[in-house]
Design a protein around this ligand. Structure first.
Ligand code: NAG
Length: 214
């Protein structure tokens, strides 16, 4: 009974409804195409995201490390009380802690700081590093007539006549890795190392600790 009542009720409306979809019909193919494109795009984005996540989890890339393996303060003197001249050799240990990822450096630079002021800088010849590999590089740094503040100059002369000097080495690298043969992974990396060096003429490394800073 109820079904019949519904049919009776709807019956007179049918001719009116039939005309409504006629008007927007010319735009339908474009709308369908747009919707299909959107759907394909979304599926591609989601699949791409999943692929990147899977590769990332499978390879677990880690940043390369910098450690200071040795330092020699060959010579240093203050000109006119505050102008620093120093000759320092740093033995830097660049290591790749990854088990599955090779790293290629395209730019490398070490900066040397004393009391917040840069006293020397040196570029390092770039190289490639395989998984688990550690590469040692001897980096010769020279300071020539670098002006220090009176407080820094006093700290330097006290240190070189006594227990040694504390300095900071900042390593900046542009590195690239390729994961699974297609996922290129390029980034800038900064490593900060605090070092303590004995007095010249053969000041050796007393202590060193490095941390990452992006
Ligand atoms: C260089 O660093 C690696 C990784 O930390 C370490 O195993 C190796 O002993 C270091 N080499 C030197 C000479 O310090």
């Amino acid at each position: 009974m109820e079904a019949g009542a519904h049919a009776d009720h709807l019956a007179p409306r049918k001719p009116m409804l039939r005309f409504q979809p006629m008007a927007p019909r010319p735009t339908h193919p474009t709308a369908w195409l747009l919707a299909a494109c959107c759907a394909v795009l979304w599926v591609a984005i989601i699949l791409g995201g999943i692929a990147i996540l899977v590769v990332y989890l499978a390879f677990r890339p880690r940043y390369p490390r910098l450690e200071i393996a040795g330092v020699t303060l060959n010579g240093a003197y203050l000109d006119a009380g505050t102008l620093l001249n120093a000759d320092i050799t740093i033995l830097a240990n660049f290591s790749n802690p990854n088990e599955k990822v090779d790293v290629s450096y395209s730019y490398m630079q070490l900066d040397l700081y004393f009391h917040g002021a840069m006293i020397a800088t040196q570029a390092v010849e770039p190289f490639d590093e395989q998984r688990g590999q550690a590469v040692l590089r001897s980096v010769h740094m020279m300071s020539s007539q670098v002006p220090l503040t009176p407080a820094a100059a006093k700290a330097w002369s006290d240190g070189t006549m006594g227990q040694g000097v504390a300095m900071e080495v900042v390593g900046s690298f542009r590195t690239k890795s390729v994961l699974a043969g297609w996922m290129h992974y390029t980034y800038w990396l900064h490593r900060h190392c605090k070092i303590a060096v004995g007095a010249p003429p053969n000041g050796a490394l007393l202590s060193s600790s490095c941390a990452a800073k992006r």
